[in-house]
Design a protein around this ligand. Structure first.
Ligand SMILES: Cc1cc2nc3c(=O)[nH]c(=O)nc-3n(C[C@H](O)[C@H](O)[C@H](O)COP(=O)(O)OP(=O)(O)OC[C@H]3O[C@@H](n4cnc5c(N)ncnc54)[C@H](O)[C@@H]3O)c2cc1C
Length: 262
């Protein structure tokens, strides 16, 4: 593989020629820079204290290290040690190190389960039969034309950057599986074909956690929750505000979406 290019456009052109199948799925190239130097800039920015307070917010102090960790540019061990070295009391790094541990846990399960991560690990806890869920992604989702400002923005961001915040991944997965009744595998395949950190273990087992085939209950959310953690970024300008799929209390949504008392 060539490694030197006059500019980024030349690199993009070369990649499209070398990987025509990938270019057909999506021709957009993420602005994210690869390599150890770019990763070190992000490592230097880790702030475990602020991370634990703000992780769930879209503008929170997350690291964006996942593509580098996924591809072995940095290790979990060095990330963990650096985070602990940055705090006065080790307890301040607990939240951050716990998230790193999730990645390790999913990897260990993958080593045990192999292709089994594509199968439901447990029965659904939604009270619905498996055949209540569609096998493939609806077209309005992949083309970002649902009319829901949040979900359409997530799809555009995923395609353009190859990255999504953890909370956006959770909201999108819950929307697809519970609000649109699509099998989690269809969503997992969609994510894996676009995420720069796309990893079968973290991805599929997280999708299963949302779907409830690897959790004791389904994960879902209401508009209030999404609005809070996005600071109104999508809801304020959404044409469906006030009558979107996510309006209502958790109890009301639970009755609408599932066939059991949670
Ligand atoms: C539906 C869904 C699909 C996902 N698919 C992937 C995937 O394909 N690849 C992937 O690496 N992560 C995946 N995740 C986990 C998580 O969303 C990303 O690791 C995280 O958002 C990456 O951003 P960051 O580097 O800024 O994370 P930070 O919050 O800064 O965390 C630091 C590192 O810890 C690890 N980490 C953090 N949160 C998690 C988590 N919940 N599970 C496992 N590891 C975590 C990652 O390696 C991450 O880079 C998925 C989550 C969901 C809900």
């Amino acid at each position: 593989m060539r490694r030197d290019f006059e500019n980024r456009e030349a690199l993009a052109l070369y990649l499209a020629q070398e990987f025509p199948q990938a270019a057909r799925i999506d021709g957009q190239i993420s602005p994210m820079r690869g390599g150890r130097k770019a990763a070190e800039l992000l490592l230097a920015e880790i702030n475990p204290d602020r991370y634990s307070l703000s992780r769930n917010y879209l503008d929170g102090r997350i690291t964006r290290l996942s593509p580098y960790i996924r591809h072995g540019v940095v290790t979990l061990k060095e990330t963990k040690e650096l985070a602990i070295a940055k705090v006065k009391d080790r307890l301040q790094a607990v939240k951050f190190v716990t998230e790193l541990a999730w990645r390790d846990y999913w990897q260990r399960l993958y080593a045990m389960l192999g292709k089994g991560i594509w199968e439901d690990r447990e029965e659904l806890k939604t009270g619905l039969p498996v055949d209540a869920y569609k096998q493939s992604l609806p077209e309005d989702i992949t083309s970002a034309t649902t009319g829901l400002a949040c979900m359409d923005a997530f799809v555009r961001e995923l395609r353009a950057t190859g990255y999504l915040h953890n909370h956006s991944r959770m909201w999108f997965a819950a929307y697809l599986v519970h609000f649109r009744r699509v099998r989690w595998q269809a969503g997992a395949r969609f994510f894996l074909s676009h995420l720069l950190d796309g990893d079968p273990a973290s991805n599929n087992l997280s999708w299963q956690w949302v779907a409830s085939t690897f959790a004791h209950k389904p994960y879902f959310f209401n508009r209030e929750n999404l609005e809070k953690y996005t600071n109104g970024l999508y809801c304020n300008s959404c044409s469906k505000r006030g009558h979107c799929d996510f309006e209502g209390s958790y109890e009301q949504l639970q009755d609408k979406l599932f066939r059991i008392q949670l």
